[in-house]
Write a protein that binds this ligand. Structure first.
Ligand code: RUB
Length: 309
């Protein structure tokens, strides 16, 4: 091939290895890599331009299977139109820049909308490391509410350590707990706030492994469970009845120096499914919705139609 895929392959590797992680970051990084690749393409053939950008898009799409932000973001960019390479490139770059801009703005809007549900004196429990969830927490803190956060470690990759570092920098009182301590602290928690990798058409949530257990625990304790999700985290494919693929990661992440054993294997699913019955509200940039309204978001905000699926 004449064109260098170096930048695309580099970003793809960073997403696979989780150097770039979190559904929002993944979507933006993929879109930027695709845009930069298109900008470097040196061709006057529209056919070649289309084929090359499609090839790059496919490489990026294969990096992590669960986060729908990746495929939604790439689909939005690949909806470019043009009669020649110049206009096609212009359209692709505009789509990419629009996505990044709207995605960053969405995180801010979710923070503002979600913060209305946080009261002065609340204790919030969060899991993993979600920019959208943290935006709600930070906006509440900035509004002068006296809040405390309990953050889980989020084994095996310990994204909770990133979360507590960020909360510390925001000046928010935070307590770190092991994942299995959730039941022990849930009665002190007023609201659980988590991010999303996918929201399905029936309003169920796919997020970091352990989220479903926390939701079950919150449900039993009558503690509110709030999800922070940009509209591009909603999955159009689920309207077609498709199930969300759950990424299985290496056993090394769970047990790095595992001694040799004959009868033991390690299972390491990266995400789990929280049924919509356990979710009180989903905060999107288009408003705070009950999970049952997810279909409307997919239809109206993602411009989904049958032909595209
Ligand atoms: C990250 C994770 C986050 C969501 C939302 O998983 O489950 O809760 O991606 O994050 P991983 P954000 O670390 O495996 O990517 O709100 O930042 O998009």
């Amino acid at each position: 091939m004449t064109h260098s895929m170096e930048g695309v392959l580099d970003t793809a590797e960073k997403i696979s290895s989780m150097e770039i992680r979190g559904a929002g970051y993944i979507g933006r990084a993929a879109v930027e890599a695709l845009r930069d690749f298109a900008l470097r393409l040196d061709t006057s053939s529209l056919e070649e331009f289309n084929a090359e950008t499609r090839r790059a898009a496919e490489i990026l799409l294969k990096t992590r299977p669960t986060a729908v932000s990746l495929s939604n973001a790439i689909k939005m960019v690949m909806r470019y139109r043009g009669e020649d390479t110049e206009s096609a490139l212009r359209s692709l770059v505009t789509n990419a820049n629009d996505f990044v801009e709207r995605s960053l703005k969405a995180v801010e809007q979710i923070g503002m909308i979600g913060s209305h549900r946080i009261r002065d004196g609340d204790t919030i429990l969060t899991h993993c490391n979600s920019m959208a969830a943290l935006s709600i927490i930070e906006t509440s803190h900035r509004a002068g509410k006296d809040i405390k956060v309990i953050a889980t470690e989020s084994r095996p990759r310990y994204q909770g350590r990133l979360t507590v570092k960020m909360l510390d920098q925001m000046g928010i009182k935070t307590e770190l707990i092991v994942d299995s301590a959730v039941r022990s602290v849930i009665n002190e928690v007023d609201v659980v706030v988590v991010g999303a990798d996918v929201i399905t058409v029936n309003g169920s949530l796919v997020n970091k492994i352990g989220t479903a257990q926390i939701a079950l625990c919150a449900h039993e304790a009558r503690t509110s469970f709030m999800v922070a999700a940009e509209t591009y985290k909603f999955s159009p494919d689920t309207i077609m009845g498709e199930l969300v693929p759950i990424e299985m990661r290496s056993s090394q992440e769970v047990y790095p120096d595992m001694p040799e054993m004959v009868n033991v294997t390690v299972r390491n699913p990266a995400f789990d499914v929280t049924p919509h019955q356990y979710i009180d509200i989903i905060c999107t940039e288009a408003g705070a919705i009950p999970p049952e309204m997810s279909y409307v978001i997919i239809k109206e905000k993602l411009g989904w139609d049958l032909e595209e699926s």
